[in-house]
Design a protein around this ligand. Structure first.
Ligand code: ADP
Ligand code: MG
Length: 666
């Protein structure tokens, strides 16, 4: 039943089903797990005179007056004056002209929403999120409040959920889960909600951890791994070809990896190191060792540009060693499908490397760079390509421990905690839109010194948001109005990859002074001569993303500068900018990011590539994560069969041996 599409629920047709899909609700189970984002307590509504500003408040009164106006850009504003014996509040509805048809003077209404002082006249006003005619119906209850989207109205959602609770809830096997879901959607007391939520979060995290731990067990105890031997001569040969010596942290990381090569089990390790900490060379060293043992190695990057960069760099590095390299990206993969077998020693590519018919001659090691775009599922895919290769996952997101357990709980972990010597911390400044020109003189002087500059803009096209300066316009503006004498290039995600390569190439070769770009330069680009970055509309970026972007500079031994240009309005946006100005420590940034994002930033989390759970919150539920992990571990030790069955029952299947896609990565 749980996979029954919502469309077949009584009262939901194809149209409503499409609307539900927009908020990620596709099945009956999704509906049951459509957790309210809050509750209106309509049991004891305060008299108007006792109300104070609040994010969520309920008022009750009579509609005394209605006014509507249409602004110049055809935006409708409806104002309704609501009064009871003690006072009056203005209700303000934005852009819902259709309400005029249902609002009548003299109606008794219950309205819930944000209560605030009006900017306009300083009086208390409510911005309704929901309202209904006060017929004594839901008036005396606790009413769940769900996330809304256009076309999805509170009353309708509640009616649908009610149907689903009656008809489908009894089909849920776990009694405690059943009870918890009931409490979540129809609490009698608000105090019950937290406990019910925690149980559901626990259950979800338990299943997730069970999957990770079973996978871990598989790596540690079941899969056969190739033993790769690494002697001093091999090490010396490689190290002798490097233009620098490895840092202690890099040497320690290599020791972990070489240790894993000896166990007879496949390595399954996460290498975590801040941007610029020098992970590429680790990948190269590990690959070198695998290749010298007669195996192939693959390095996977999240974008073509990065794959290309790795390819160019490593080709040069491996020149003296007679190692053959091959680049496999989206473009070339299509052509290769027929001759699908890859034979070069070192294969560098995007996820195209994992696709369909591509096979390897003898894959011994797979390195997945900038992991967070690859899911556990894709990692599993690698194993299915013949015998289990050693897997090294590299990430620049300095994930705090609790989060690492959630995300990579199946992997061993190595942390590179220091940067190569001689790095000068980047100086970061915030400037407002109005003062943006202040940095232009500075930029010109840096360019005269022979330096190069990144300008990063959030979006490609104006149409997406009117107030955003798109990269295209920005490039034109800079060229025409600001730096007519300089060479300015443009890079964005909608360009063909050959075009992108050409631009990157000319920036690298110093044929361009300024590169204006969207976030396609986000990860891994390594151009030490670029020492200044200007990030436009900085308030639009998440903190981790800002940090990653900034990591494109400060890669050489010269002082680098980052200018964050923007007009942050919300407290969170201001705090993000402040954190960037104050620190360049990746761990501190990551923690601040998680804290600021907080629970409920569903889309933020989703975009970051973190798994999204239905109930659990990877930040807030740290304790529950640890409990869930401990219980999952205990179950595996006590009764592996039932652990496996339980996991299989969660949707693991032949195509999806980890079952993880189902529970968390959907
Ligand atoms: P990331 O960890 O972000 O992938 P990279 O591997 O791109 O970082 O390394 C950043 C820069 O530091 C590169 O130019 C690389 O050649 C250089 N580098 C790496 N290790 C060392 C080292 N031990 N000493 C000096 N420079 C190094
Ligand atoms: Mg990198």
């Amino acid at each position: 039943m749980s996979n029954l599409p919502v469309q077949y629920v009584k009262g939901v047709g194809p149209k409503l089903a499409r609307i539900f899909a927009r908020v990620g609700v596709n099945t009956v189970l999704d509906l049951l797990y459509f957790i309210p984002r809050g509750y209106d307590d309509r049991r004891a509504i305060k008299p108007i005179s006792q109300l104070h500003p609040a994010d969520n408040e309920v008022i009750r009164g009579e509609l005394l007056k209605i006014d509507s106006q249409v602004t110049r850009n055809r935006f409708t504003i409806i104002k309704g004056l609501i009064g009871d014996e003690t006072g009056r509040v203005q209700a303000v509805w934005f852009n819902q002209p259709f309400l005029l048809r249902s609002l009548r003077l003299g109606m008794k209404l219950v309205i819930s929403g944000k209560l605030e002082y009006s900017d306009y006249d300083g009086r208390l006003q409510i911005l309704p999120r929901d309202f209904e005619i006060d017929d004594g119906g839901e008036g005396g209850k606790i009413v769940p409040v769900y996330s809304l989207t256009e076309g999805l109205y509170p009353k309708k959602i509640r009616a649908v959920i009610k149907t689903v609770l009656e008809k489908y809830l009894p089909l849920i096997e776990d009694e405690k889960e059943r009870r918890s879901l009931l409490v979540i959607h129809a609490p009698e007391e608000l105090m019950e909600v937290e406990k019910a939520r925690n149980y559901l979060a626990y259950k979800e995290l338990f299943n997730f951890q069970l999957g990770l731990l079973l996978n871990r067990k598989r790596y540690k105890e079941e899969l056969d791994g190739t033993i790769l031997s690494v002697d001093d001569r091999l090490k010396d040969d490689f190290l002798g070809a490097l233009p620098f010596t490895l840092t202690d942290a890099q040497t320690a990381a290599m020791a972990d990896i070489f240790q894993d090569f000896q166990t007879g089990r496949p390595m399954n390790r996460l290498l975590q190191g801040d941007v610029g900490s020098g992970k590429t060379i680790i990948a190269a060293f590990a690959a070198y060792a695998a290749i010298k043992n007669g195996y192939q190695a693959a390095i996977l990057a999240p974008t073509e540009i990065l794959a290309k960069q790795h390819f160019t760099k490593l080709k040069q590095l491996f020149e003296p060693f007679k190692i053959s390299l091959d680049l496999v990206t989206g473009g070339t993969a299509g052509r290769r499908k027929k001759e699908a077998k890859l034979t070069a020693d070192l294969l560098i590519g995007t996820h195209a490397l994992l696709e369909g018919k591509v096979t390897f001659k003898k894959l011994g090691l797979a390195v997945i760079d900038e992991q967070h775009r690859f899911g556990v599922h894709q990692r599993a895919n690698l194993i299915n390509k013949g015998t289990a290769p050693h897997v090294l996952v590299m990430t620049a997101t300095p994930i705090p421990r609790s989060l690492a357990l959630t995300l990579y709980g199946d992997l061993d972990r190595t942390i590179i905690d220091s940067l190569p010597p001689g790095r000068v911390p980047i100086k970061t400044f915030f400037i407002t839109e109005a003062r943006r020109k202040d940095c232009y003189g500075f930029i010109r002087s840096k360019i005269l010194d022979g330096r190069q500059i990144f300008f990063v803009c959030p979006l490609v096209e104006e149409s997406e948001a009117l107030d955003l300066k798109a990269a295209t316009l920005e490039a034109e503006y800079l060229q025409k109005e600001v730096f007519p004498e300089l060479r300015i290039g443009l890079l964005h995600g909608k360009m063909k990859s050959a075009e992108k390569d050409r631009i990157m190439e000319s920036f690298k070769n110093k044929e361009l002074d300024i590169l204006v770009s969207t976030t396609v330069i986000e990860v891994g680009i390594d151009i030490p001569n670029a020492t200044v970055m200007v990030i436009e509309h900085a308030q639009r970026f998440g903190l981790s993303q800002l940090h990653q972007l900034r990591g494109r500079i400060g890669r050489g031994s010269d002082q680098s500068f980052c200018f964050l240009v923007g007009d942050p309005k919300t407290p969170e946006a201001k705090a993000r900018i402040k954190a960037m100005v104050e620190t360049s420590d990746g761990f501190k940034i990551a923690e601040a990011d998680l804290r600021l994002r907080g629970p409920g930033d569903f889309f933020g989390v989703r975009q970051s590539g973190l798994p999204t759970f239905r109930v659990a919150d990877i930040i807030r539920d740290e304790k529950i994560i640890q409990q869930a992990r401990a219980s999952a571990q205990a179950l595996i030790e006590k009764d592996i069969e039932s652990a496996r069955n339980r996991w299989a029952g969660q949707g693991a299947s032949a195509e999806n041996p980890q079952g993880i896609e189902h529970s968390a990565f959907n």
